[in-house]
Design a protein around this ligand. Structure first.
Ligand SMILES: C[S@@+](CC[C@H](N)C(=O)[O-])C[C@H]1O[C@@H](n2cnc3c(N)ncnc32)[C@H](O)[C@@H]1O
Length: 190
């Protein structure tokens, strides 16, 4: 559903994607961009993305989105999906601000478990724990999840970091009440 939303973007210009992971969004971004620099802190994830993505206007590079080697004001659009909760959010957003040109667009796709209430919230938590144990078979790192930001916290963070939020859309899979909604936030560098 989020990928369909990304596909509706137009004229993204020079794009940098942070935490591209397996490249789930990279090719869709590339269809609507002049160039895409797809980055991730993990070279292993980038290797998977390189095998998946077959677009001539995409290049790949290892970068930590909290402190990149990218020049100031070099990009028209920065995109990050399901990454901010792995970072110190203030640091990541400050870095987005630095590398975007004035008026450039930041698109953040953000998980918001707090948007669920009651039983749906409990069920989603149980599903996350179950998937972690059965699917990934690793213990989550200490204090994992402490940097998850709610919609309101993200809006405040963007505001105090020099962005003006243009729109926030909630993407929700209504077929399962415990699916965690995500926000699709577009903001402009002021
Ligand atoms: C949940 S995956 C999301 C991947 C992709 N954006 C998507 O939505 O399908 C999170 C990705 O963020 C990357 N990541 C985590 N911390 C990062 C950081 N500080 N800088 C850049 N990438 C990071 C991880 O390596 C992983 O590939």
């Amino acid at each position: 559903m989020v990928r369909e939303r990304v596909a509706r973007e137009r004229n993204l210009g020079r794009v940098v994607e942070f935490g591209c992971g397996t490249g789930f969004y990279t090719e869709v971004l590339a269809c609507n961009a002049d160039t895409v620099l797809a980055t991730d802190v993990s070279s292993v994830m980038l290797d998977v993305a390189k095998r998946r993505v077959n677009a001539r206007n995409v290049t790949f590079r290892v970068e930590d989105c909290q402190r990149t080697s990218l020049p100031d004001g070099a990009f028209d659009t920065a995109f990050m999906s399901l990454v901010i909760h792995f970072t110190v959010p203030d640091h990541a957003v400050a870095e987005m601000h630095r590398i975007l040109r004035p008026g450039g667009t930041l698109i953040v796709v953000n998980l918001d478990p707090q948007a669920l209430n009651g039983l749906a919230r409990i069920r989603s938590l149980m599903r996350v724990v179950y998937q972690g144990v059965v699917g990934y078979r690793i213990k989550p790192p200490k204090r994992f999840g402490r940097n998850v930001v709610t919609e309101a916290q993200l809006a405040q963070l963007l505001g105090r970091s020099g962005f003006r939020v243009g729109s926030t859309e909630t993407v929700r899979d209504s077929s399962r009440s415990s699916s965690i909604p995500v926000e699709y936030v577009r903001a402009a560098k002021t």
